[in-house]
Design a binder for this molecule. Structure first.
Ligand code: SF4
Ligand code: SF4
Length: 394
């Protein structure tokens, strides 16, 4: 925004690395040179408030300064002052007003570039990655709840699996609040039995969130004799925020091999009934495990454990590279009676549909070879092949 308005000679930028405690000497030195200060920060006006307090304490030595930011309405979010990401347009708008500059002419090259880029973007649904274990976990939960037939529902938590609220997770999550809330909410619902509430409640939580914020809810549930099914979706890494390690990971933050802490060991110690399985390896078994857990009473703890497909792809040794492949002779597309279950319902992004040929096909560049689709095609048209044996690499 500064460059676009050609204000490089008039504006200094102070980028704060640590906002608490604020670097007061540095900020005071900058305030001494400034007449106008614009705060470019997301969410709440935290830095803005801190700097104003600092200024008030030293105003006599700093001279007059005008402040612009969230509190003055000069910096806003797309859906309100504290909501949404910062972008160039917001800063351009604020600087244009402060410096009384016409911004539409300056903004046009940026707008043109944005329009050009948007033409190149392929429209995509927000979806679990190719081979993501959460797809199988939510499919198993959905099938088991339907088999159970008591209008059971899922309460979610914060992580990749929050997408379980949308089509990629078969719209299973019905409530999603803050970290650690899923198991707490499920515990609360289970206490409503005395008011006639009798729907099964399933809480899903990822491994990272479980260790970070789920433990108090688990202990509270055990202590208060909760009646619910808690499912930990353990993919061994904090995938949503960039594959940071957590206590379920096989290596430490400095990369040393370590023994992962098993969520079920903790749950067992508070008396929960435990089931652990890979959600993809045998999808029928996964459905059965959730269904069986739904039929029991008390605190039930099921762990769906399988590493994050995207992280594994980045780190695994390439001894065997599996890809799914569809036999066009066996696949009969729209008329197969399965409504193209693979591409329409399961909707792994690697499975695509050729409308002209009326056949599904797999994008082998992106397929992770998890094998879930192989188990679900009613025509047995899909198989896994080891492309290493074909002399190819991923
Ligand atoms: S094996 Fe099937 S479900 Fe798994 S990543 Fe490949 S196409 Fe997707
Ligand atoms: S691959 Fe199987 S599930 Fe997919 S469209 Fe063909 S027959 Fe149907």
């Amino acid at each position: 925004a500064v460059n676009m308005l050609h204000l490089e000679q008039q504006i200094g930028i102070l980028k704060i690395g640590t906002i608490w405690p604020p670097p007061s000497h540095l900020i005071r030195a900058y305030l001494k040179q400034a007449k106008d200060v614009l705060f470019v920060e997301e969410i709440d006006p935290f830095l803005e408030d801190q700097v104003k307090v600092l200024y008030a304490e030293h105003a006599s030595k700093l001279g007059a300064v005008s402040f612009y930011g969230k509190n003055t309405g000069d910096i806003y979010g797309p859906s309100g002052p504290g909501v949404g990401e910062m972008n160039t347009d917001i800063v351009l708008d604020a600087l244009g007003r402060i410096f009384n500059k016409e911004i539409s002419a300056c903004a046009s090259p940026y707008e043109d570039a944005r329009k050009q880029a948007s033409i190149l973007l392929v429209p995509r649904e927000v979806a679990f990655c190719d081979g993501c274990p959460h797809r199988a976990s939510f499919l198993a939960i959905k099938a088991a709840l339907e088999l159970d037939g008591r209008k059971g529902f899922v309460v979610g938590d914060i992580g990749c699996y929050g997408l379980g609220a949308g089509p990629t997770g078969f719209n299973q999550i019905k409530a999603l609040h803050c970290m650690g809330s899923g198991m707490g909410n499920a515990c609360g619902f289970s206490q409503m039995a005395s008011f006639g509430f009798n729907q099964p409640v399933v809480a899903v939580i990822g491994d990272s969130t479980f260790f970070h914020a789920g433990l108090p809810a688990l202990i509270n549930a055990a202590f208060n004799k909760a009646d619910g099914l808690f499912i930990v979706l353990d993919n061994a890494v904090t995938a949503m925020t960039g594959f940071q390690v957590n206590p379920a990971s096989p290596f430490t933050a400095t990369g040393k091999a370590t023994r992962p802490v098993l969520a079920e060991d903790i749950a067992r110690s508070v008396g929960a009934k435990i089931t652990v399985l890979d959600p993809i390896e045998d999808i029928q078994e996964s459905i059965h495990a959730v269904y069986a857990a739904l039929q029991e009473e008390g605190l039930r703890f099921l762990v769906f454990r399988r590493p994050c497909a995207t992280f594994e792809k980045k780190t695994r040794a390439a001894e065997e590279i599996l890809k799914a492949r569809i036999d066009p002779e066996s696949c009969i597309g729209e008329i197969c009676g399965c409504n193209r279950f693979c591409s329409r319902v399961l909707a792994c992004p690697s499975i695509q549909y050729d409308k002209d040929k009326d056949r599904a096909f797999i994008n082998e560049d992106t397929c992770n070879g998890c094998g879930l689709c192989v188990q679900l095609c009613p025509r047995q048209a899909i198989s896994l092949v080891n492309i290493q044996k074909e002399g190819r690499s991923a």
